[in-house]
Write a protein that binds this ligand. Structure first.
Ligand code: 13P
Length: 340
């Protein structure tokens, strides 16, 4: 394990103004996204969509890393440049989603656990050869009114995340550790804070037990936020305060950066929340973004699968990257949405 390399890659991903573009939708997920704009999910449409994003002018100022799905890691631009090479040539670090998705946890109705550890060491060696410098594994933690998540459900996911992270560091790949407490459901912000706290506590205990070096990883958590169907939605300041309170209690300061997922928030809300946290002053870690939907929803809407909309789609991506780059330094304000 080359700790200096891990540290320098982790720090470069969250350098000033920068965050992560999560473009690692699995085949079923990208199909769902394409369905919303009535575009067929063919290999060529997926390739072209990603090519439009990765070649957008100016995004390299705000995007330190891009997470790819395995298919995309092996794809190329029209002129034959492999995507990892294109990104690296623009100063953007290529990464790879390596988990195989969440499945029901046996004998624990309602809990899910993420699979993909078998053969992971060999896959990581191959991804590294293809140009990946970091990886991502997403654990999902559901919340319901009947005691989900169970303590065991949290522990099982924390254990898998730690085994994944250790394998990544062994292979000199920076692990992005993503325990996502879902914002589906009717729970209030208080319940989200309790579940997020229990989750982060378990995740860092397991990472430590697995000898993971905190300085060479990034954390990708949910924000502490009310469930989408909760009648009492929290305000921007409340979300920022609850999220930072929770993270400051459970995330060691040795971790170089926190890169939030957007989790189903609107693009504007995700930017607003990130900004409010950064406006609260310096934190022990960089506080940035690793958004999927909150960066890409406007891109899909502009593109519509039409070649003559490619430039508009790139502009939409640059706008969101720019605004999140500002939010990442506490310099964003909602009025900029119309101005830019
Ligand atoms: P969202 O920002 O759409 O939640 O996606 C981030 C991600 O990578 C989920 O694994």
């Amino acid at each position: 394990m080359n700790i200096d390399l891990l540290k320098s890659v982790a720090n470069a991903i969250v350098a000033r103004q920068k965050g992560v573009l999560a473009a690692d939708e699995s085949s079923p997920t990208i199909k769902k996204r394409f369905d919303t704009i009535k575009v067929e999910s063919t290999e060529e449409n997926r390739r072209r969509y990603r090519e439009i994003m990765f070649s957008a002018d100016g995004i390299e100022r705000y995007v330190g890393g891009v997470i790819l799905f395995e298919e995309t890691l092996r794809q190329s631009t029209r002129d034959g440049t492999p995507f990892p090479k294109l990104l690296a040539s623009r100063g953007i670090i290529p990464g790879i989603k390596v988990d195989k998705g969440a499945k029901p946890l046996a004998l624990c109705p309602g809990d899910r656990v993420t699979e993909g550890l078998d053969g992971l060491r060999e896959r990581l060696a191959e991804y590294k050869k293809l140009g990946a410098q970091f990886a991502k594994w997403r654990a999902v933690i559901d919340i319901d009114e009947h005691g989900i998540p169970s303590a065991y459900g949290i522990r099982a996911n924390a254990h898998s995340l730690a085994r994944y992270a250790a394998l990544c560091q062994e292979a000199d790949l920076v692990p992005i550790v993503e325990p996502e407490v879902l914002m589906d459901g009717t729970h209030d912000i208080g319940r989200c804070e309790i579940v997020t706290a229990r989750t982060l506590e378990a995740v860092f205990a397991e990472l430590d037990a697995h000898h993971v070096v905190f300085e060479g990883m990034l954390l990708k958590p949910n924000m502490v936020i009310a469930g989408k169907k909760c009648p009492q939605q929290a305000g921007v300041q409340e979300v920022a305060e609850a999220t930072l309170r929770c993270l400051r209690r459970y995330v060691p300061s040795a971790v170089p950066g926190i890169v939030f997922l957007s989790g189903g928030q609107s693009a504007e809300d995700a930017t607003d929340h990130l900004n409010a946290m950064n406006a609260m002053g310096p934190q022990p870690w960089q506080v940035s973004f690793s958004y999927g939907r909150a960066l890409q929803a406007p891109v899909l809407a502009a593109w519509q699968g039409q070649e003559n909309n490619a430039e508009a789609a790139q502009k939409a991506l640059l706008k969101r990257c720019h605004l999140n780059g500002l939010a990442r330094d506490g310099q964003y304000s909602r009025v900029m949405e119309d101005a830019s």
